[in-house]
Design a protein around this ligand. Structure first.
Ligand code: GDP
Length: 533
């Protein structure tokens, strides 16, 4: 094997690219920050949080971002740990929940699901979990806030199994009782690790004591009751719990479960170390011609996110690509498959939190931002020149918010259509057309409400069009298979069938109940949650 091939393989094998998913407030930001702290990427915890709080002060991005102090974008955080090159894909999670959150999951090789020990599995966690599950990527669970009162570990295991339908395998187990946790028991090593308390809210790496669970010193340290309880729990787990099976983990059928507290750092290092060992290196990707292995030497990548106008004075557009195979070198020319154009990748950027760094080379698993000359769209494939190659279609995510939009001033119709077309290409919202209405107005659909505001704002700022936006009382879309335009669909809330960007028929419903009603009334039609490829 040539040296470049070996180098490529080594670089692929040491990469771990993952996203952290959670419901707002479960502790995603805090955990991300602590991983950076342990990874040596920051010296003192507080930096990422400060960034979250001070965002409107430092960000020169979209005005809307400034006004609300939130991030409309997601970036990647990279650090080295123990020989691994770690890429954490930052998913916007909260009020600003949007399709970008889902799209980021298309670029990741595994996911860490953060769960609040008191609240258990929450709404947004469920949605994100299902997208990961559909992709069949491994999901790791970090139960957070163990410094507080919460549900028992057994209760949480059951909840994960019942609500999410995935078996959980505790990798470690909390030592101590509800709200008074002292450390974790590592099942693989049969070791207890006790954390020292104090330490200024986990600003620094936490000192700990490690030893065998059988060591009588621990019984003394913990008190007999706590120690006995631990031994009992472990026996029960070993007897009644699942076997650990890495194959099941990699297929997304079993989630390794960890306990800790991101705030006090307790359980963070054991989690990180075990996670890096178990999480997969960059995986092969499906293309229309079959799987592409990451150590295939021909460069391939796909666009999973487009961020427009990050700097309003330059009005630039950045396309984020995930590298899937081959080595990337600055200045290389690649083929943009949908247009057939050759694009020189002159100024590839890596986004470290708020800072942009120009990079010289990157490998599969890495994410880089490219200045977009206006050709890139979501899901586009890039590959070495001379190759004819395409990744499978990027999925469409079911929108849950709908509105009808039209220009206030009918004279601005041309700019309006142009703006809507370009913003759809960027994936800002999904656009539907109502055949009988034409391009006078569109129905737009989005995964998050904020996307609607961004649309309104950008049409005004960038295309000079004020719009009228009428929110529609629907929350479910179904793609219709077997629809005959000559025959009305019975029992539709809206009474109308609209068309998506590829002219496929779609019906909108108020809720799942009305969907079920329509399904019963129209046995000849299949109602699909997402369009068929
Ligand atoms: P995110 O919305 O998921 O990113 O959550 P954050 O990381 O911003 O955390 C939400 C709140 O929970 C903040 O006030 C954190 O300080 C707090 N928090 C995070 N982790 C822990 C933890 O382990 N223990 C406790 N007690 N609070 C935590």
């Amino acid at each position: 094997m040539s040296t470049t091939a070996t180098e490529l393989q080594t670089e692929v094998q040491r990469r771990r690219t993952f996203a952290i998913i959670s419901h707002p407030d479960a502790g995603k930001t805090t955990l991300t920050e602590k991983l950076l702290l342990y990874g040596g990427a920051i010296r003192l915890a507080g930096t990422v949080k400060a960034r979250k709080a001070a965002k409107h002060a430092v960000s020169d991005w979209m005005e809307i971002e400034k006004q609300r102090g939130i991030s409309v974008t997601s970036s990647v955080l990279q650090f080295d740990y123990d020989g691994y090159r770690v890429n954490i894909l930052d998913t916007p999670g909260h009020q600003d929940f949007s399709e970008d959150t889902y799209r980021t999951l298309m670029a990741t090789d595994s996911a860490v699901m953060v769960i609040d020990v008191a609240k258990g599995v929450e709404d947004q966690t469920k949605k994100l979990f299902h997208v990961c599950r559909q992709r069949g990527i491994p999901i790791f669970t970090f139960v957070n806030k163990l410094d507080r009162h919460g549900k028992s570990p057994f209760e949480l295991m059951e909840e994960i199994e019942n609500v999410l339908g995935i078996r959980a395998y505790p990798m470690n187990w909390p030592v101590g009782v509800d709200g008074n946790y002292k450390g974790v028991y590592n099942r693989r090593l049969a070791q207890i690790e006790l954390f020292e308390s104090g330490g200024a809210h986990g600003q620094w790496v936490m000192p700990s004591t490690i030893g065998s669970a059988e060591d009588p010193a621990f019984a003394e340290l913990l008190g007999t009751d706590v120690h006995n309880q631990l031994i009992e729990d472990i026996e029960l787990l070993d007897m009644a719990g699942d076997q650990f099976d890495i194959e099941k983990v990699l297929k997304g059928e079993l989630t390794p479960m960890f306990f800790g507290s991101a705030l006090t750092n307790f359980g963070v290092r054991p989690f990180l170390e075990e996670f890096l060992q178990l999480a997969p290196a960059p995986l092969a990707r499906r293309s229309v011609d079959g799987l592409v292995a990451p150590d295939d030497e021909g460069f391939t990548a796909f666009v999973f996110k487009i961020q427009a106008n990050m700097n309003p004075t330059h009005r630039d557009r950045i396309a984020f690509i995930r590298i899937c195979s081959g080595k990337f070198a600055r200045g290389m020319s690649v083929k943009h498959v949908p247009s057939g154009k050759s694009v020189k990748l002159a100024q590839p950027q890596q986004f470290m939190a708020q800072e942009r760094v120009i990079i010289d080379e990157a490998y599969p698993g890495d994410v880089i931002g490219l200045f977009d000359p206006g050709v890139f769209g979501i899901g586009d494939t890039l590959c070495v020149e001379g190759k004819n190659f395409q990744f499978e279609d990027f999925p469409v995510f079911p929108p849950e918010h709908f509105a009808r939009v039209q220009p206030k001033d009918t004279m601005k119709r041309k700019q309006f259509v142009k703006g809507m077309t370009q913003l759809t290409q960027e994936g800002a919202v999904q656009v539907f057309r109502q055949p009988e209405i034409g391009v006078e107005s569109f129905v737009v659909g989005a995964v998050g409400v904020l996307q609607m505001e961004v649309l309104e704002y950008r049409l005004k700022q960038e295309y000079g069009v004020d719009i009228l936006m009428q929110h529609l009382p629907f929350s479910v879309a179904r793609w219709l298979d077997g629809y005959d335009p000559g025959k009305p669909v019975k029992g539709l809330d809206s009474g109308m069938v609209i068309r998506d960007g590829k002219e496929r028929p779609v019906a909108l419903f108020r809720n799942e109940w009305s969907v079920r009603w329509a399904v019963e009334q129209n046995p000849q039609i299949r109602f699909l949650t997402v369009p068929e490829r």
